[in-house]
Write a protein that binds this ligand. Structure first.
Ligand code: CP
Ligand code: NVA
Length: 311
């Protein structure tokens, strides 16, 4: 499969086979690293890592993944460059595109990451915007595959802020790969209707379904529950309001019980606010798989870089 030169701005731009290919490549690179075998696919390549918002996993995954393959990462924090205030996004993109082989962007607007790709003319990877977080979902899919051996037909139930970057991207990734996706959230936090319609079309093609409900009964039969913070980066002012409406949607022992299953797992993209979206006890019960998921950020992001700019 040839993904050379491609950006990853949203999973909408990737076919199911391409997503599958990236997950399998990540599994291969992970197995090799466990045996002490590293590659040199990024030798001579330089990548820029632009961060308007903070990050632990994404930044470290790009850094370690790049160095493991012989490349050089350069971190550009929000106070290091003038992106969008003293220098236009278009100009910064044209400069970086002349020096770097690939650019990661984490920030607020999806439009910014799209402009960076358009003007830099090198592959741009979306490391999270307000709207999407595609590289996270690749790690989630790899983790589900490791846990269940297969993805098609699984039931993944997302509980919490049903219209944030994680839920939006999960809905795209799961519907493309044939995973049944349920969102349990108050109606005011349901995803945008246009995105739901787009994903329902993907689900139709892959033979899966999407269900959105405000009733917690929808958790029954879940193979995996997924939750995320109630207030995403940039929404800090909404904290009190969110806690008030999302309190019933906390992942706690009673919710796990409602799955009526013995082997349901919990995923969380992290960072977690324990006591809000998940209780400490439930989080610790599933810590092994949640930290596998965090580790898988590195293997999947490495796969994206190797596939799009590697030799
Ligand atoms: N899950 C995730 O994107 O984590 P960071 O914010 O630490 O990068
Ligand atoms: N929805 C969260 C995800 C963090 C990885 C946020 O945007 O802050």
């Amino acid at each position: 499969m040839d993904l050379k030169g491609r950006s990853l701005l949203t999973l909408k731009d990737y076919k199911a086979e391409e997503i599958d290919y990236l997950i399998n490549l990540a599994a291969e690179l992970k197995a090799k690293k466990k045996q002490g075998i590293l590659g040199d696919s990024l030798k001579g390549k330089n990548i820029a890592l632009i961060f308007e918002k903070p990050s632990t996993r994404t930044r470290c995954a790009f850094t370690v993944g790049c160095i493991d393959e012989g490349g050089h990462p350069e971190y550009l924090g929000k106070d290091d460059i003038q992106l969008g205030h003293k220098e236009s996004i278009e100009d910064t993109a044209r400069v970086l595109g002349r020096m770097f082989d690939g650019i990661q962007f984490r920030g607020y607007s999806q439009e910014t990451v799209e402009k960076l790709a358009q003007y830099s003319k090198v592959p741009v990877w979306n490391g999270l915007t307000d709207t999407y977080h595609p590289t996270q979902i690749l790690a989630d899919l790899l983790t589900l595959k490791e846990q269940f051996g297969t993805l098609k037909g699984l039931k993944l139930v997302y509980v919490g802020d049903g219209r944030n970057n994680i839920s939006n991207s999960l809905m795209i990734g799961t519907s493309k790969l044939g995973i049944n996706y349920t969102i349990l959230a108050p109606k005011s936090l349901w995803p945008n209707q246009e995105l739901i319609e787009t994903c329902k079309q993907y689900a139709k093609e892959s033979g899966s379904w999407i269900e959105i409900s405000d009733s917690l009964d929808g958790v029954e039969g879940a193979d995996a529950i997924y939750t995320d913070v109630w207030c995403s980066m940039g929404e800090e002012a909404l904290a009190a309001e969110r806690i008030a409406i999302l309190k019933p949607y906390q992942v706690n022992p009673a919710l796990i019980e409602k799955t009526k299953k013995e082997n349901t797992i919990l995923l969380h993209c992290l960072p977690a606010v324990k006591g809000n979206e998940v209780t400490e006890e439930v989080f610790e019960r599933f810590a092994d798989v949640i930290f596998d998921e965090a580790e898988n950020r590195m293997h999947t992001i490495k796969a994206v870089m190797v596939a799009t700019i590697g030799k």
